[in-house]
Design a protein around this ligand. Structure first.
Ligand code: HEM
Ligand SMILES: [Cu+2]
Length: 546
């Protein structure tokens, strides 16, 4: 297909629209519960309500709605949409809708006990906390849906390949495929935890469970899930943002290299969440620590490549100097501003992540408020603010109407940036001072006077974040009902200074990389998982504490 053909092909808006709508509803629930928690931490008394019955009920809703539903539904809409556009090939219509309904069925099934306060197990659902079977089966169906997306992407790509035997896979499609391939491998841990441990246990088919084995399977998926959230933001940063900034992607081959590294390295490192767990040999924990530092490398490649691309845009707009060019980016474009601000806060999230991953420093921050501080910079901003930036062009296009107000959108993204800096900084500092996470701190007898000013900042930052989210939803809603101007065209993919033709052909092959990924997983996880599975006694009873 000629470049022209690619620009004029328009994917089906309805499927992407359905996924994005569900994701936005989830985010709304996510920010409401976030507000309740932030205010509670600041000492505001919030009466139990029939929808949210305790801090822990709220926290479970918050984690599931934000980290699991908002992200996953958005990604399952956006990734295939972009891939289909880049390949100028429609997705499989029937499969696409079947996927959506499988995921919806799972979502409803999981939501019933969650809303009813029967699955107050937080988004990590560690046993021996126990939820009803519907919660586990529902979440499993959502994961099955993501595998169906992978299938759809592969089928679509193969149809494209049949007519383009020698062409390089267009970058956005390549990246979507890598994202879903990585996730499909990584989600095997969660699937095993659900199918062999949690679902039989919740159905009463086995009498007990094994917390360590379950956690190990959970973190097999739980670390790479962060790349499942992050890579779609990277796809936008690589393939759209350079053009939105008025420039070109610095290097297409380097971008592909970084994604291949994510495919290979994302999974075999989950023990960095289990440094304090007994029953895993410290030698393996150290291996996972080193692999975690290895997977930081493709993020550094991304930082370099995307910054150089932004710089090319700013210089084309008259930017000068080593740093001053930054001011010449088209800051008036809310979609671009959102994503560049997301990148800035993400650098701090990345630095904090290195601290989390360090075998020794982890002990200082483990299970403290530092961790949600980190989570809000990464999934709560790098991912969420980037997705918001994407919706600033995607939602208008889906509705066929221009964004209601660009200025309101700009105010919203800056407000998110500033309030998140306040909110997350306070949480990080609380963590270093020893305040635990996942705790209704203002009710804790050990509440330290020195924590109080920081908890107040959590409340203020959280409330401002909520205001930002309200402005966001207001703008989208008014776009739908009150905007009169027609929607602008979809943003075009960025050209590259060094194009796909410079990429070694091996980067466009799947088998070697998938095989390498599997080998690393077998080495890093094999011995421990086999030993834990063989020695498990499934003895722990379940608990329902809230
Ligand atoms: C209005 C915006 C938000 C506010 C005020 C807010 C506030 C909070 C607070 C106070 C906590 C609890 C800390 C604790 O007790 O350990 C928390 C946890 C968390 N938040 Fe947010 N949040 C917001 C948005 C988001 C978004 C957009 C995401 C991700 C997309 C997110 C992801 C998380 C996660 C993953 C946790 C950890 C949950 C757990 O420990 O189980 N939050 N949030
Ligand atoms: Cu991790």
């Amino acid at each position: 297909m000629s470049a022209l053909g690619r620009e004029t092909f328009v994917p089906d808006p309805r499927l992407a629209g359905a996924f994005v709508t569900v994701s936005l509803v989830a985010l709304f629930g996510g920010v409401v519960t976030g507000l309740l928690q932030a205010l509670t931490l600041a000492g505001v008394h919030i009466p139990a309500h029939f929808l949210v019955q305790s801090y822990y009920h709220s926290l479970s809703l918050h984690g599931v709605l934000n980290a699991l539903v908002w992200t996953t539904f958005f990604i399952c809409g956006f990734g295939p949409f972009l891939a289909s556009r880049a390949l100028a090939t429609p997705l499989h219509h029937g499969l696409g809708w079947a996927t959506f309904w499988v995921m919806m069925a799972g979502l409803v099934l999981a939501a019933i006990p969650l809303v009813a306060n029967a699955a107050t197990v937080m988004f990590t659902f560690y046993p021996p906390l126990k939820a009803p079977w519907a919660f586990y089966v529902g979440l499993t169906l959502v994961v099955v849906g993501t595998w169906m997306v992978t299938l759809d992407l592969v089928l679509t790509w193969r149809r494209w390949r049949a007519t383009h035997p020698d062409a390089r896979t267009p970058l956005a499609a390549f990246m979507s495929l890598v994202t879903f391939a990585m996730w499909t491998i990584a989600s095997a841990g969660l699937a095993a935890e659900m199918l062999f441990l949690l679902i039989p246990w919740s159905l009463g088919l086995v009498s007990g469970t094994d917390a360590l084995l379950a956690r190990t399977l959970f973190w097999f998926t739980g670390h790479p899930i962060v790349y499942f959230w992050l890579l779609p933001a990277y796809i936008s940063w690589y393939t759209l943002v350079p053009r939105q900034a008025g420039g070109k992607l610095f290097s297409d081959p380097l971008a592909r290299t970084s994604f291949i590294l994510f495919l290979v390295l994302s999974t075999p490192l989950g023990f960095h969440h289990q440094y304090t767990d007994p029953g895993i040999h410290q030698g393996w924990k150290l291996v996972h620590a080193f692999l975690t530092f290895a997977v930081f490398f493709p993020s550094l490649l991304t930082f370099f490549n995307v910054t150089a691309s932004l710089e090319s845009g700013a210089r084309a707009r008259g930017g000068k100097g080593w740093v001053a060019w930054f001011g010449k980016l088209p800051w008036g474009d809310p979609s671009l501003a959102a994503q560049v601000l997301a990148m800035i806060l993400f650098t701090f999230g990345g630095i904090g992540g290195l601290i989390n991953a360090s075998y020794n420093l982890n002990l200082v921050v483990h299970n403290t408020a530092w961790i949600p501080g980190h989570l809000h910079l990464t999934v709560g901003t790098a991912v969420t603010l980037s997705f918001m930036g994407i919706t600033y062009w995607l939602v208008p296009w889906l509705c066929g109407r221009a964004l209601w107000s660009r200025r309101l959108a700009l105010a919203q993204v800056w407000l998110w940036f500033v309030s998140m800096a306040i909110f997350s900084n306070a949480l990080h500092r609380l963590g270093v001072m020893g305040a635990p996470r996942r705790t209704m701190l203002n009710a804790a007898p050990y509440l330290q006077p020195s924590w109080k000013p920081l908890l107040a900042l959590v409340g203020i930052g959280g409330a401002l974040l909520f205001v930002s989210a309200l402005l966001y939803f207001l703008n989208l809603l008014l776009t739908l009902v009150a905007s009169r101007a027609p929607a602008p065209d979809l943003p075009a993919f960025a050209e590259a200074m060094s194009g796909a033709d410079h990429a070694p052909i091996v980067l466009d092959r799947w088998r070697p990389w998938l095989a390498l990924a599997l080998v690393l997983i077998v080495i890093a996880y094999g011995p421990t998982l086999v030993r834990l599975a063989l020695t498990t006694s499934l003895q722990s009873p379940g608990y329902r504490v809230w």
